[in-house]
Ligand binder design. Structure first.
Ligand code: QUE
Length: 371
């Protein structure tokens, strides 16, 4: 086990235990690297068959972030040393990450995800599949990959395509920042708690007399009891824009139309919408097409099929150079002036988009649908 992932067992009054996994790289906002993902998978696999473990809690170290995403700096280095190829490290990282996310979605014991602070990209992947997703007043959820020439992965093809109305397409295209109320609205959260409530929650979990066959019902009750009341919750931003988002995007038949429709929404004195439009306007034109296409295709795919599709898409983004250029501009050189491969959404050709959905392998490194 790596010290970047802390694993502990909390005793309960009934003699059983609660597994606690803590992402422990607070200076990097707990960004998930390959070692951490492997360690999490191993621990979840072990606890799955351990009858003494009732449930699992996943949290991040410190109040600032649950998890800000994947370790894109390591991925950048791998892409640098293998231009125009799919680096082995990239395929391994994404396959490991998506298998872990899928394990969380399909785990047969409750998993509590403590989504305090920043939850972006890969952090959303750890949150989305948990059975009890706790957000707080400080939660900031986003799928901002359009900024780095990637696209919303970690199962977003599944959950964004099933979000209310056109909100999933909007969130994926703009990387919009969502608070806890928005998180509940879009289906990425279940309860809103007070900031820094985690130690009290762990205490309450240990103090509970858990009954066989009643654990989930007892846990639901406990979360309900401690959630913030309606007047203590942050104000929803996405929900108040829902009508105009749906109106703008309804009837769009292409990525190009969708992008133009969002950019044409009136946003004077609307800071949230202006910011979302700005991120979209600076984002990767290839990503715009990928988001359109993944939310279209994702609707009729199973969760396992979405992860398998995303592994192909992510590896193609690494191969094309678009992903490396986005990371370079944001985190390496920090010039924030990415030189995207295409000038605008209309210049991206159909065959380029299609390539992102075409497997480079005879046999995929990730097969979940047959399991
Ligand atoms: C868009 C993104 C990511 C991002 C910033 C964006 C992302 C990601 C990180 C990140 C943050 C902190 C770290 C780190 C990575 O930032 O996916 O290693 O320490 O992982 O605008 O998609």
């Amino acid at each position: 086990m790596t010290d970047k992932l802390q694993s502990s067992l909390i005793p309960t009054r009934c003699g059983r235990q609660i597994g606690h996994l803590q992402l422990n790289k607070p200076k990097a906002l707990n960004a998930l690297d390959l070692d951490m993902a492997i360690a999490m998978q191993q621990q979840l696999d072990a606890w799955r068959t351990d009858d003494s473990v009732l449930m699992v809690v996943i949290s991040g170290s410190g109040p600032k972030a649950f998890c800000a995403g994947g370790d894109i700096v390591s991925m950048y280095q791998a892409m640098q040393s293998a231009a125009n190829q799919i680096p082995e490290f990239i395929a391994e990282f994404f396959a490991t990450e998506y298998r872990l996310d899928y394990t969380i979605h399909t785990y047969d014991k409750p998993i509590i995800a403590w989504g305090e602070g920043i939850v972006m990209g890969g952090g959303i992947g750890l949150l989305a599949g948990a059975s009890h997703r706790l957000l707080t007043a400080s939660s900031r959820l986003a799928m901002p990959e359009i900024t780095i020439g990637l696209y919303p992965d970690v199962g977003a093809s599944y959950f964004l395509s099933r979000a209310p109305g056109q909100s999933g397409l909007f969130a994926g295209l703009t990387g919009a920042s969502l608070n806890a109320a928005d998180g509940l609205f879009i289906g990425l959260g279940d309860y809103i708690m007070a900031n820094e409530f985690l130690p009290s929650l762990l205490q309450a979990l240990g103090d509970t007399q858990w009954q066989d066959g009643q654990v989930t019902a007892q846990l639901d009750k406990l979360c309900e009891r401690y959630q913030l009341s309606a007047d203590e919750r942050p104000e929803a931003q996405l929900a108040v824009h829902q009508h105009s988002i749906d109106e703008a995007l309804q009837g769009c038949t292409s990525a190009s139309e969708a992008v133009k429709a969002i950019l044409a929404m009136p946003s004077a004195e609307d800071e949230w919408l202006s910011k979302a439009q700005h991120s979209l306007s600076k984002g990767s034109p290839i990503t715009m097409h990928l988001v359109w296409e993944q939310t279209r295709r994702g609707k009729s795919l199973s969760l396992a099929e979405c992860f398998e599709m995303e592994l192909i898409m992510s590896c193609r983004c690494a191969e094309s150079g678009e992903f490396a250029e986005g990371v370079r501009a944001l985190l390496i050189d920090k010039d924030k002036q990415p030189k995207w491969r295409f000038a605008d959404v209309d210049s991206v050709t159909e065959d380029i988009v299609e390539l992102h959905f075409t497997s480079p392998w005879e046999q995929s490194p990730l097969t979940l649908s047959g399991e």
